[in-house]
Design a binder for this molecule. Structure first.
Ligand code: AMP
Length: 373
């Protein structure tokens, strides 16, 4: 399909990646009557459980990618570590509206930061290093604390290390020698972390979801609250940055940008070319979810003007929270529990989330937490 063509139900949407984001995309697509097929190496993965079919193969298996493209009218990805060549193959058939460029940028922290610099967007002070020696040199010019991150492949705090003082430099050097291509960033003292989630349609029109305020624990998203309590000027700066980035990368679909707020300043942290954990609240709190809006965008349908219906707080359910959450569920009449159907429960693994809506979400969260004890 060309960029201006429309994919209508019951045509087929192919999803690369079968985790929770693919699952919630698939559920939105199924509501609308689409046929959904997923490519993922794990049989009966979270997305396959709610889809019409699965190709069980590695994400970079060329034959599987070819089969997915053949069987689908349109293809989307739920994560950024898709093989760029495979994505380009589908893009060249006119079936990947999200494109391969956004993948190429967002799967590499160096490219991501260089693009932000090119657009003159504020980012934490950083240096790119390839070994311990370069790392030692870079640390002479960056003020502590610092965080070192692998340029590729890191997520949820994996592939990063924060150090507070010069005494810990040997640890960073070891990290750089082991991981090679890394970025060292100064640690921003921020008051708030926010995320800007928006959807862009094929005509270039953008619909923003309300800016969300995020709390991380051990580098993993713990809680999202909406609306974020930030000034109008912060909101404007955040949205301005989002528009510049979206236009530069010609984004189609739902896209997320994480930022640090310090006083009136906004620093861009990282981007995801897909729906985001901090946007799960949209399922219950908005008139349209980030997933349904994504499906509309990639299918060439006009976006729904977004409205926040209720304030919301979302908390993640990690592996260690599953049993206490199940214990609390029969005792509490608040909170929309989502479990992703992952076969293996592991500590710190994202297994689900709960969304609380209304004016008193803090009390609702406390009530739920008490019932978990
Ligand atoms: P990331 O994987 O880059 O999103 O990092 C995960 C989390 O670590 C962020 O959401 C922040 O809470 C924290 N973090 C990462 N980089 C920085 C930084 N340069 N300054 C302060 N906090 C950071």
């Amino acid at each position: 399909m060309g960029k201006n063509n429309v994919v209508l139900p019951p045509q087929t949407i192919g999803i690369i990646g079968g985790g929770q984001l693919g699952r919630m995309m698939a559920m939105a697509a199924k509501y609308m009557g689409y046929n959904v097929i997923v490519l993922d190496p794990t049989p009966n993965c979270p997305t396959a459980q709610v889809s019409d079919g699965q190709i069980v193969a590695a994400y970079d298996d060329r034959n599987a990618i070819k089969e997915l493209a053949e069987k689908s009218d349109i293809v989307t990805y739920e994560f950024e570590n898709v093989d760029v060549e495979a994505a380009t193959y589908i893009e060249n058939q006119g079936k990947l509206p999200q494109g391969s460029y956004a993948l190429e940028i967002t799967q590499n922290r160096e490219k991501e930061k260089m693009l932000m610099k090119e657009l003159q967007l504020p980012v934490p002070e950083f240096s790119i290093v390839h070994n311990g020696e370069e790392c030692e040199e870079a640390l002479q010019n960056i003020s502590f604390p610092v965080v070192i991150k692998t340029c590729r492949g890191g997520y949820d705090g994996k592939g990063q290390l924060k150090i507070d003082s010069e005494a810990d430099i040997p640890e960073v050097i070891r990290f750089a020698n082991k991981n090679k291509h890394c970025i060292i960033e100064s640690w921003v003292t921020f008051e708030k972390e926010i995320s800007v989630i928006f959807t862009r349609e094929t005509t270039g029109r953008i619909e923003f979801f309300p800016i969300a305020e995020n709390v991380h624990k051990h580098h993993i998203l713990f809680q999202t609250t909406v609306p974020a309590s930030v000034s109008d000027s912060v909101q404007q700066k955040a949205k301005h940055a989002a528009i510049l980035l979206a236009e530069k990368m010609n984004i189609i679909g739902t896209f997320a940008i994480e930022m640090f707020v310090s006083g009136d300043e906004v620093f861009i942290n990282e981007m995801a070319p897909r729906p985001h954990n901090s946007g799960h609240y949209t399922i219950e709190a908005c008139n349209i979810s980030q997933f349904a809006q994504h499906i509309r965008a990639i299918c060439g349908l006009p976006l729904v003007p977004v409205k926040l219906m209720e304030p919301a707080t979302m908390i993640n359910i990690l592996g260690e929270d599953v049993a206490p959450t199940l214990k609390a569920m029969p005792m509490v009449d608040n909170g929309f529990v989502h479990l992703y159907g992952k076969a293996e429960v592991k500590d710190k693994r994202k297994m689900g989330h709960i969304t609380f809506i209304g004016e008193n979400t803090t009390e609702q969260v406390n009530e739920f937490e008490e019932a978990k004890q």
